[in-house]
Write a protein that binds this ligand. Sequence first.
Ligand SMILES: CC(=O)SCCNC(=O)CCNC(=O)[C@H](O)C(C)(C)COP(=O)(O)OP(=O)(O)OC[C@H]1O[C@@H](n2cnc3c(N)ncnc32)[C@H](O)[C@@H]1OP(=O)(O)O
Ligand SMILES: CC(=O)CC(=O)O
Length: 286
Amino acid sequence: MMENVRIYEVGPRDGLQNEKAIVPTQTKIALIDLLSQAGFSHIEATSFVPAKWVPQMADATEVLNGINRAHGVTYAALTPNIIGYEKALAAKADEVAIFGAASETFSQKNINCTIAESIERFIPIVERALADGVPVRGYVSCVVGCPYEGDIAPEAVAQIAAKLFELGCYEISLGDTIGAGTPEKIIAMLNAVKQHVPVDKLAGHYHDTNGNALDNVKASLNEGLRNFDSAIGGLGGCPYAPGAKGNVSTVKLAHMLEREHYHTGLNFDVLAKAEALLSTLGENHD
Ligand SMILES: CC(=O)SCCNC(=O)CCNC(=O)[C@H](O)C(C)(C)COP(=O)(O)OP(=O)(O)OC[C@H]1O[C@@H](n2cnc3c(N)ncnc32)[C@H](O)[C@@H]1OP(=O)(O)O
Ligand SMILES: CC(=O)CC(=O)O
């Protein structure tokens, strides 16, 4: 029997946050509505961050209010602090994500605080969310390389992954933010993290800057991971990670997994329609 792999679609957030021209709210809604028909259990729809930090996500409330919610699909949003969490809750996000980093400099540039301060900031979010019955996912950025500090030690990743898991995140998504990973580096990082977080609570979130993302997924499958993030059209990047390119493309990832005899449950015809919609945006994707 084929084993299942869950693909967590992050295109509407991680993909669109880095588009140069502001994408109209109705286009974002149309994209999420299409993706909702593709068979994903989880779609990261938006993020509740100040517009001065990420202007592209300024319409987070309108996006969540405008979509047609499909049965069985969890619509998630990034929440950097309690203000973001309150807004996400008001807009009826089904799940929220807190996002830290294994690099001090990236933490400062991306969320304007140290790693230790970020943990203090996350505690009230997780407490509130768990009391409200809202699942919390935790991200660790820069799991192999940082655009400011270079190589990141696997133990630094393990430390923050462990903290986020202890706080109450149900899953830790390991972000190769700048696509610096190679299978060897990813395996070393995973071996450190697996000492602290069960492998079935880990997800791989690999950007494809250097074309290694699919090989990094294969290496992670060998290490026992069965959860991966991807973005439709290979969209993506982070405004605070210079040079970061798109996430691994959902279609490429799903095709590779099916070739390797894993079941994704995704409908390739619907994914093709979503990619066609993206082609109207004009840049940054394949
Ligand atoms: C690898 C990746 O792709 S990660 C995702 C991409 N990166 C991001 O989204 C960047 C996220 N970063 C941020 O959102 C910011 O750094 C923050 C919110 C975490 C911290 O920013 P700071 O400017 O230090 O926040 P601070 O708490 O000082 O608040 C500044 C102002 O923003 C407002 N604000 C704070 N948080 C939020 C929020 N979540 N939503 C809306 N407004 C907010 C405050 O009310 C305050 O407003 P005021 O100036 O009118 O008083
Ligand atoms: C929050 C993320 O988007 C993760 C990353 O790419 O570092």
